[in-house]
Design a protein around this ligand. Structure first.
Ligand code: PEP
Ligand code: MN
Length: 348
């Protein structure tokens, strides 16, 4: 349930409500709204009558959150969540563009790609160092060496780094290098991993599972939020359907559905959702028209020789064209691509 405090409630009254929430076996989550403080009482709240809180001093109203995801729901947090990354913000209007190769393959490859995507207007750099591959014999990523190259690319371009974490055992090394922890589709319901990243205060890019419903995605986000890490962006990356013409089926519907159910930013990964470089730009345009807060795009200087996902990777020139087209669509719907921040330009 959520306890909406009166706009003139004192700190003492807020503290008293928090104590009362704990005494009832629930966990308080405070959200400082523009008009008033809202305190979430999270846990087995359906067993606790609302009138236990209604009579407390400073309380305006008590409402139940009817969705199973509580902290992630718009009922609890009506305004869009916005969180700052180095140089720009995710959520709240501007469109963030994250780009880079599927995998970090070599120092030269990631430095060259980073420079190219930055010049084309990307805000953040992606690149996998630990790769979840279908085959155990396929390239598994460079591990920490790959993270070192990503950090060097950040030093050269000023772009924050997004990279996938596959297990809790990688948390310490990942936190040494990355700005955003990506949870891949295959790990969307790895609850131990979700809890572990929920304990950090590092932003998380949570991908939708191959056959995860929108509600399951939001319940996974809830695990991270419940740990106290509020910086979660959700990523639609296509779902498994009967269709075989594309690698996955882009669920464009998920964008407006998620935007109405949750305050968390929603981004689209048209590279994995289509699986083919020829379709990426069209679907990226559609995502922005549908209200996405950002895109994550695979870019490789030589897709034909990529060690993973070459078929769906754009060459830098094609990516630059995607950015131009997406900027035009953004303008048509009253949005814009997040400008590259001055510190990024200075560092570069
Ligand atoms: C990736 O981003 O390279 C990746 C493995 O994505 P997904 O988890 O969506 O398959
Ligand atoms: Mn990939």
């Amino acid at each position: 349930m959520m306890i909406i405090m009166k706009s003139d409630a004192t700190q003492e009254q807020i503290d008293h409500v928090i104590e009362h929430i704990k005494e009832n076996g629930l966990t308080p989550h405070i959200s400082q709204g523009v008009e008033a403080t809202i305190i979430g009482a999270i846990g087995e709240a359906h067993n606790v009558p609302t009138d236990r809180f209604e009579g407390l001093d400073g309380v305006e109203m008590v409402k139940r959150i009817t969705q199973p995801f509580k902290l992630a729901s718009r009922q609890f947090h009506p305004q869009d969540s916005i969180f700052p990354l180095d140089g720009f913000k995710i959520g709240g209007g501007d469109i963030a563009i994250i780009a880079g190769p599927c995998s970090v393959e070599s120092r030269v490859q990631i430095l060259e790609t980073a420079q190219a995507v930055r010049e084309a207007g990307a805000n953040a750099l992606r690149g996998g160092a630990f790769k979840p591959r279908t085959s155990p014999y396929a390239f598994q990523g460079l591990g920490e060496e790959g993270l070192e190259y990503l950090a060097e690319a950040r030093g050269q371009t000023g772009m924050p780094i997004v990279a996938e974490i596959m297990s809790q055992s990688q948390l310490d090394v990942m936190l040494k290098y990355v700005d955003v922890l990506q949870i891949g589709a295959r790990n969307m319901q790895n609850y131990n991993l979700l809890r572990a990243v929920g304990e950090t205060r590092t932003p998380v890019l949570l991908k939708r599972g191959l056959s995860g419903t929108v509600e399951e995605l939001l319940m996974s986000a809830e695990y991270i939020l419940a740990g106290g890490n509020g910086q979660v962006m959700l990523c639609e990356r296509g779902i498994r359907t009967f269709e075989t013409a594309t690698r996955n089926t882009t669920d464009i519907n998920a964008i407006p559905v998620l935007k109405s159910l949750t305050h968390l930013p929603v981004i689209l990964d048209p590279s994995h959702s289509t699986g083919h470089a020829d379709y990426v730009t069209a679907v990226a345009r559609a995502a922005i028209a549908a209200g996405a807060d950002g895109l994550i795009i695979e870019v490789h200087p030589d897709p034909a020789h990529a060690l993973s996902d070459g078929r769906q990777s754009l060459k830098p020139e094609r990516f630059a064209e995607l950015v131009r087209q997406v900027a035009a669509i953004a303008g048509a719907v009253g949005r814009r691509i997040a400008p590259i921040h001055q510190t990024q330009l200075k560092e570069a």
